[in-house]
Design a protein around this ligand. Structure first.
Ligand SMILES: Nc1ncnc2c1ncn2[C@@H]1O[C@H](COP(=O)(O)OP(=O)(O)OP(=O)(O)O)[C@@H](O)[C@H]1O
Length: 321
């Protein structure tokens, strides 16, 4: 649905050049939620602005919903961009307009008639759970409600793709959870493809099917979240499940990305007669699967066979650090 190849963006300032993006390849499949996570200055906003051609990349090709945006300009680019909705961190609502009129705004710009606009706005407000706020003004809404208006407005022209620029960064944890849930529901119910940028690992954990870690203008790793978590040395695994450093002898870090019918640890002690001591870790639901990362001390004569058994069972076994 989104295909970007070799994206570079260089800002030319008076006295120097800033390379904000330096060769990013991004593929977002139809119907998935893809999260790009990184610290401030990593290049996330630049990537998002280049994907919808708010800014033209210095190099590279961007295709969205089958259209090569980088080959278009003027009216054809504006028309193609209707298949992309955008949600902003600070909502970007018009304060003098009511909620309904904010949502109607892109429809007015697109020349949609009054009756059709009214019908569509009603539908959109229902979709985001704000039917009772149609006549309110943005100043009368909570942050979460404002973001719901922002999402309704972004969906007005029935986009295939929603870009989210730190949609939950200005919200408290509870409101963040409800907005993420809304994005997930819209993704499922409308088959909406979502590309979001965030600096919060929690957003990746809660709603993303795929993710990329961005640092200094490049993707350090990218792929399906569960695949990355099961990959040796994964940065995402270390960031989502930070394990405390350990120098305990015979300790290993174990990662599993699905639930097991049989109790593996007790099986281990029974079959291999080893002592198993859990030193630390966490178990959480990621992309709908039970994922765990544990530091475990395994001791005994059959230690190697026991670790081999875990690896054969599909767990990732690495040296604990
Ligand atoms: N218009 C611009 N002109 C010059 N440099 C820019 C411009 N926009 C971004 N940059 C620079 O490009 C780099 C990447 O910035 P970008 O805003 O994309 O990062 P980010 O990951 O989105 O960070 P943040 O979360 O703080 O917005 C930074 O060094 C930034 O200073």
């Amino acid at each position: 649905m989104i295909d970007a190849v070799g994206l570079r963006k260089v800002y030319r300032l008076k006295d120097r050049e800033v390379v904000a993006m330096d060769g990013v390849d991004l593929t977002v499949s139809p119907g998935e939620v893809f999260g790009v996570v990184g610290q401030s200055g990593a290049g996330k906003s630049t990537l998002l602005r280049c994907v919808n051609l708010l800014e033209r990349p210095t190099d590279g090709v961007v295709r969205v919903a089958g259209e090569e945006l980088t080959a278009l300009s003027g009216a054809r680019l504006r028309a193609a961009r209707r298949s992309i909705g955008m949600v902003h961190q600070h909502f970007a609502l018009l304060s003098s307009r009511t909620v309904a009129s904010n949502v109607a705004f892109p429809l007015e710009v697109a020349g949609v008639g009054r009756a059709e606009r009214g019908r569509r706005v009603g539908e959109l407000l229902e979709l985001v759970g704000l039917s009772d706020k149609a006549k309110a003004h943005p100043a009368q809404l909570s942050g979460g409600q404002k973001q719901r208006v922002g999402i309704a407005r972004a969906l007005a022209s029935r986009p295939k793709v929603l870009l989210s620029d730190e949609a939950t960064s200005a919200l408290d944890p509870e409101t963040t959870a409800s907005i993420l849930e809304l994005l997930r529901d819209l993704n499922r119910e409308l088959g909406l493809t979502v590309l979001l940028i965030t600096h919060e690992m929690d957003v990746i954990k809660r709603i993303c099917d795929s993710a990329a870690i961005m640092e200094r203008g490049v993707f350090r790793e990218s792929g399906r979240v569960l695949d990355l978590l099961g990959t040796p040395g994964s940065l995402l695994a270390r960031s989502l499940f930070p394990l405390p450093a350990t120098d305990v002898p015979d300790a290993v870090a174990i990662t599993y990305t699905r639930s097991y019918d049989e109790p593996l640890m007790s099986e281990l002690t029974r079959r291999f007669d080893v002592d198993v001591n859990v030193l630390g870790g966490a178990v959480e639901t990621v992309s709908g699967s039970s994922v765990g990362r544990l530091n475990v001390q395994v001791r005994g004569a059959n230690r190697e066979a026991a670790l081999g058994y875990l690896a054969e069972s599909g767990l990732l076994v690495e040296a604990a650090r």
